[in-house]
Structure formats: C-alpha cells, structure tokens
Write a protein that binds this ligand. Structure first.
Ligand code: FAD
Length: 495
C-alpha cells in the first residue's frame, strides 16, 4: 500500500534540501538536531514515495492512512512531546522538537503533519497532558503508543473564531450518570477515524471540555469535506444526540474548558506555522532545482537576475517564519507565554507557503503576451518580444514590472507591426484576453466602423432629433433591431 506508481521522486529526481545550506541551526540544541535527523530519515523513507498519492487523492470516508499512522507510532514519533511517566521521551525542549517533527513531515505531506501530528499529538495530547490524573494516566500512554486516533472539536457551523458562550450551541446537561451532550461540530480533523474526541461544549453559562467516546450511542459522523487541497487531512461534521459522557470524562474543572482549549490552540498555531515552513521549503527546493536545470536562451533560468531576486525574497521569508516558530517553541519550553509569537509564527509560516506557490502576476502577463504574439505576428517577432519581456523581468521588481511590461509590449506592437488593423486587434485582444477574444475583436472592429462615421460627420441635432446623412448610413449598416429612430415627423426623408 505504501508504494506509489508515480512518486514525486520520478518526476523531480533527487531534489537537494536548500535549508541545509541556507538556514542556520543556531537556535537548535543537540537533542532537537538529533530528533530532526531521525524524523527526516523517516519522512524520506515512508512519506516521500507516497507523497503524490497523499497530497492529491480526494477525500474518502475510509481515506485515513492507518498504515502511515502505525508506522509513525512504531517509529516512536508520538512519544516526542511527552514526559517519561506516560512513555514519552522526556526531552528538555519538547515543544521545539515537536515543531521540528511537523516541519519535516510537512515537507512531503502537510495533511499528514497537520492531522496525525498537530491535531493528534499537540491538540489532543497536550490537553490530555493537563487532564486530571486518572484520565491522563488512562489515555495519554495509549495515545503515545498510537493505540487510537483522536480529534479535538471546538468549531461549529456558527462558532469558531468566536468561541464565546453565546455562540457555542453544543450543550451538555447534567444527568445522574454524567452529562448528556447534544449539538454539532464542524471541520473536525480525523473525525472519520477517531475513537475519542475532546469536545468543547456549553455547560450552563460557561464552556467545558469533555472526553467523548465516538462509539457511544448518539454519535454520528458525516462524509469528509471535499477540500481544494491538503487532502490527507480528513475533516468532517460530528453530530451528538443525547450522548452520555461519564462524570470522570470531564477534562479539568467544569466551566474552565475555554482556557484549557485555548492553551492547546496556541501550541496548535505554532504547529501550523511549522507545517507552512515545511511546505514552503519543499516548494522552494523543487522550484530552485528546476530553474537551475532548465535553460532558456542558452542560460539557466536561475541566471536571470529577476529570479535571483525572487528566490532571495522567498529564502528570507522562509527563514524568518522558521525562526518565528522556533522562538515561540523555545519560549514555551522555558515556561513563558508565547501567545503573540505563536500567532505570528502561524501567519508567517502559512504566508510563506502561499507566496512560494503563487503564480506571479508578471508571469501571467508574460504568458498572455507570449500567446498573443505567437498567434498574431511572425514567430521571429514573438521570440524577439519574449526576449525583451525577459530582459524587462530582470530590470524591474515584481509589482512594477507588470505595468511597465504592459506599456512596453504595447509600444513593441506599434513598432513592429505596420498593419494598423492587426495592431488594434492585438491591443484589444491583450486587454480582454482569454478565449473568444479574437471574435470579440472582430465584432469591435465592425461596430467601430459605424461609430467612426458618426464621429467624423454631423451629429443628430438635439432639438429635433433629426439626423443627417451619417445617421442614415449608420442605420443602414446597423443590425435591424438596433437601428436608431428618427424623431422628426417627416421620417420618410430618413428612410
Ligand atoms: C483543514 C481544516 C481543519 C480543521 N480542523 C479543525 C479541528 O480539528 N477542530 C476544530 O474545532 N476546528 C477545525 N477547523 C475549523 C477552524 O478552526 C475554523 O475554520 C477557524 O477557526 C475559522 O472559523 P470559521 O471557519 O468559523 O470562520 P469564521 O469565524 O466564520 O471567520 C471567517 C472570517 O471572518 C473574519 N472574521 C471573523 N472574526 C473576525 C474578527 N473578530 N475580526 C475581523 N474579522 C473577523 C475573518 O476574515 C475570518 O477569516 C478546521 C478547519 C480547516 C479548514
């Protein structure tokens, strides 16, 4: 099952990791470097061969990769964040090591990193680590050994950013044997495979956390959400209909659930920052490998200064996102509040991933220009203008380049094309772009023919609405339904 017929290895060859030469390990203690080496070897051997499958296959109800989960458990990855008494590794800097694990896993499979590590080990694991001793002792060692999959549920159809008591609609009522829960949670990672869920719900006028067995009567799970990406992270709705939760499954005190949930969510935020860094680093490595090997005009693309600027900017962005999550983790490991840095790390990491994979506007202009040139002018001319576009790329910075390029390309067309009609055609096509633009341009030309007459000759007089020769000509040429009416009484003259 772990073999894939079309791995990214086949498509890209061996892509060197640029982080080894571009990033500094200054902040990382030896134990973290050791964990990183170990997880990198795991990711190279287990995730890399199936990365394409994990990242591209659409969500299915039975799509949770238990095989990957089991291999992570047997490699001891779930032990990294936890202390020795529950079977953990008892690291001095557990948060830093945990986030390094996330970056390494996300390098090949961000969905696996965020569902099987961020949600499982950080959100659920950290909350269980703070739970009352009985609950912690019963479930945390099992989680460390990878005996069950778990979920962490706060979001609802009408509440997520806003987790206030008035917004949360999942309610637990006290009962003799425990709490009866009714409500619906949305977007819950791992819901389709989870055995337990940590649930934030309303108990009276405060919020509490309950540890709920997903096999209990009254719990049902929807089909997974079909997302645009990140397919290996399965999210779904969970519905609770009078589900009985025993008293000893309350995590912490009744009414103190929000504080506890937010504590775990801060760690989760750092985790998503690290996932973003892993994704951005992989995209950076693949694309810098590509531009170093692909040549245009007898030079590798990487030799053009524009791309050197762009990749320098990406490298800076990735490096600052990485140090943001590392500093947030170090603060947490020192027992200090890292809430602000965690939020920054999440924004910086996810932005780095998005920016790294964004198609540049300048690139789109370039493609459009190239397409218009190739279709309408000679091949030689197209090659010449493409070269000039590339030269322009190298001289200007990203944002100013698109406007400048537009001006430049227009002047090129005017200069290179003696046929005025063809030039106008091209200009119109460039402005409108897309399919059917050629037909639109021809329609424009036809229309402009009649309006040109109107402009050059006499206009209808406003007082009488009577038109002269020009309007009569226009009427004859215009399509039947659009012929302008003459308001003068003796219309016969105009017919
Ligand atoms: C892949 C994935 C996995 C997830 N996994 C889980 C999970 O395991 N458990 C879980 O509980 N949830 C999960 N979620 C849900 C996630 O936590 C929420 O989507 C997130 O908190 C945002 O909430 P929302 O979707 O309700 O957005 P809303 O609260 O509706 O916000 C939408 C937008 O409104 C604007 N907005 C909202 N509030 C403000 C404000 N105060 N000021 C200015 N603008 C504002 C912002 O632009 C915001 O982005 C997951 C979501 C995704 C996409």
């Amino acid at each position: 099952m772990l073999d894939s017929s079309r791995s990214d290895l086949e498509r890209h060859g061996v892509v060197p990791r640029r982080s080894d030469s571009l990033a500094s390990d200054l902040l990382l203690p030896d134990e973290t470097l050791e964990v990183r080496r170990e997880v990198r070897a795991f990711a190279d051997s287990v995730l890399r061969p199936i990365a394409r499958e994990l990242n591209c296959e659409p969500e299915r109800r039975d799509g949770f990769r238990h095989d990957v989960f089991d291999r992570m458990a047997s490699a001891g990855l779930f032990a990294i964040p936890f202390p020795e008494d529950v079977g953990g590794r008892a690291l001095r800097y557990p948060t830093l090591a945990t986030l390094s694990v996330l970056e390494e896993l996300a390098y090949y499979a961000p969905g696996i990193a965020s569902s099987m590590y961020d949600a499982q080990a950080i959100l659920v694991g950290n909350t269980l680590n703070q739970a009352p001793p009985a609950l912690r002792g019963e479930f945390l060692p099992r989680l460390v050994r990878g005996e069950f999959v778990a979920s962490f549920a706060t979001s609802e159809p009408g509440a997520s950013t806003d987790l206030s008591v008035r917004s949360v609609q999942t309610v637990a009522h006290r009962h003799d044997e425990g709490w009866l829960v009714t409500g619906r949670k949305r977007w819950i990672t791992n819901a389709v495979a989870a055995r337990y869920v940590i649930l934030l719900c309303r108990t009276g006028d405060a919020l509490s956390l309950l540890f709920v067995d997903m096999h209990a009567p009254g719990v049902s799970v929807s089909d997974p959400d079909m997302k645009m990406g990140n397919h290996a992270q399965l999210t779904a709705d969970i519905e609770f209909k009078n589900v009985l939760v025993p008293h000893h499954h309350v995590l912490g005190e009744i009414g103190a659930g929000l504080r506890s949930a937010l504590g775990s969510l801060v760690l989760g935020r750092m985790g998503i920052g690290a996932v973003g860094v892993g994704m951005a680093q992989r995209a950076f490595d693949i694309s810098s490998h590509y531009i170093s090997h692909r040549s245009v005009f007898e030079r590798p693309i990487a030799a053009f200064q524009h791309w050197q600027f762009r990749f320098a900017e990406h490298a800076m962005q990735i490096d600052s996102a990485r140090s943001a999550y590392q500093r947030a983790a170090l603060l947490t490991d020192r027992g200090e509040n890292a809430e602000v840095l965690a939020a920054m790390a999440k924004v910086m990491g996810s932005s780095a991933a998005v920016e790294m994979s964004r198609v540049p506007r300048t690139g789109l202009w370039c493609l459009r220009a190239q397409r218009a040139c190739v279709r309408s002018v000679t091949v030689n001319y197209a090659v010449r203008s493409y070269r000039l576009v590339l030269t322009l790329f190298c001289k200007r910075r990203i944002l100013s380049a698109s406007a400048a390029m537009r001006r430049h390309i227009r002047s090129l067309w005017l200069w290179g094309n003696s046929n005025e009609q063809a030039t106008n055609d091209l200009r119109r096509r460039f402005r409108s772009g897309g399919r059917g633009s050629h037909r639109r341009a021809r329609a424009n030309r036809k229309q402009s023919h009649s309006t040109r007459h109107l402009k050059r000759t006499r206009r209808p007089r406003r007082d009488t609405g009577h038109c002269g020769k020009a309007i009569r000509t226009a009427r004859r040429r215009a399509p039947f339904d659009h012929r302008p009416e003459c308001r003068r009484a003796d219309q016969g003259r105009c017919a």
